[in-house]
Design a protein around this ligand. Structure first.
Ligand code: ATP
Ligand code: MG
Length: 314
């Protein structure tokens, strides 16, 4: 089986118990939870039974070990997660507002994540990988951009494949080097998985459909548009199909896109047909939104199969 590698941040997430605005008063918190978009993605990848590894950096502290132990237990190769003696593991404090928006206090850039780079362990993992997954939102330091572009060149040179989830907000594009790096990644991407309108950031086209077609014309093999509670759409040179989401109660949407993406990628690497694969990925997204905690909603193949079987009966 093909080994999948991803590169990016590991953080703990600490959540406000009650909805409200910000953190300018003493409030009840719950956590730490293992988190970070690429970490959630790779956890789901492992739970789907795919060999996989993550390149990252944590501090030699409980927040770091909490993440390493979870990823290892779920089957991720953690050999290229550096434990830095002099840096602290990244963190994100999050509070949901009444309207579903979120307030954050991040410590990512100046945490151990700022030390991610091409260590000998990272090079070894890249040498063993047949597929690279790029999380665009992770490309915020020179070290990560260097590692991602190096991995991109290595994996493609030996006939491997690349998937890409931008996962970005428009304001992030102002970071030096990010936009250029994103375009370099897209130029080498086989499977592109933006969430909804994000696809418009990569094309001059006005509609999601024409943007997807424009990107396919540039050499990307397939585009998957994640559409939240509306489900997902798959477009390639010959097919264009939409599959609705499952109707579930949304407890915590964080991580749904990552669980969806890893599940779709596992199916894509196994040659699953697009419609069946969209349904499976929607199932993984639904399971993720139904659980509180960013990585708590990742699912094994058996858990996902059981969920899908229940939907047929319902
Ligand atoms: P994030 O970056 O916050 O993890 P995303 O924007 O990348 O998320 P979404 O489109 O929000 O991705 O969610 C991914 C998938 O999860 C959707 O395509 C859908 O299958 C599922 N999903 C998300 N929200 C819901 C919901 N409320 N009900 C059912 N399924 C959902
Ligand atoms: Mg996303």
């Amino acid at each position: 089986m093909i080994k999948v590698v991803t590169i990016g941040e590991i953080v703990v997430e600490i959540m406000a118990v009650a909805p409200g605005n910000g953190f300018r008063e003493a409030i009840a918190l719950v956590g730490p939870y293992p988190s970070g978009a690429p970490a959630i993605f790779i956890d789901q990848m492992a739970k789907q039974g795919q060999p996989c590894a993550m390149i990252s950096c944590v501090g030699n502290d409980d927040f770091g070990w909490l993440n390493i132990e979870r990823l290892k237990q779920d089957g991720v190769d953690v050999s290229a997660i550096r434990v830095h003696e002099d840096a602290v593991t990244g963190s994100a404090f999050v509070r949901y507002r009444g309207d579903g928006q979120r307030d954050f206090v991040f410590n990512i850039k100046h945490s151990a994540n700022g030390q991610i780079g091409l260590t000998s362990e990272a090079r070894a993992v890249i040498a063993s990988a047949g597929h690279l997954h790029v999380m665009g939102s992770s490309l915020v330091s020179a070290g990560i951009i260097e590692a991602v572009l190096f991995a991109l060149g290595e994996v493609k040179a030996r006939g491997g494949t690349v998937s890409f989830d931008p996962n970005i907000r428009k304001e992030m594009l102002e970071f030096t080097g990010l936009r250029a790096a994103l375009h370099k990644v897209l130029a080498q991407t086989d499977l592109f998985m933006p969430s909804g309108a994000e696809v418009l950031l990569f094309s001059d086209a006005i509609t999601e459909e024409t943007a997807a077609r424009d990107i396919l014309a540039r050499g990307v093999r397939a585009v998957v548009l994640k559409q939240g509670a509306a489900g997902a759409r798959y477009v390639d040179g010959t097919k264009d199909l939409s599959v609705p989401a499952f109707s579930v109660e949304e407890i915590d949407p964080t991580g749904a896109g990552d669980a969806f993406g890893a599940t779709f990628l596992a199916g894509w690497l196994a040659g699953l047909d697009a419609e069946t694969n969209l349904r499976r990925a929607n199932g993984a997204g639904a399971l993720a939104v139904g659980r509180k905690g960013p990585m708590e909603g990742t699912s094994t193949r058996a858990e996902l199969d059981a969920f899908l079987a229940r939907q047929v009966q319902a």
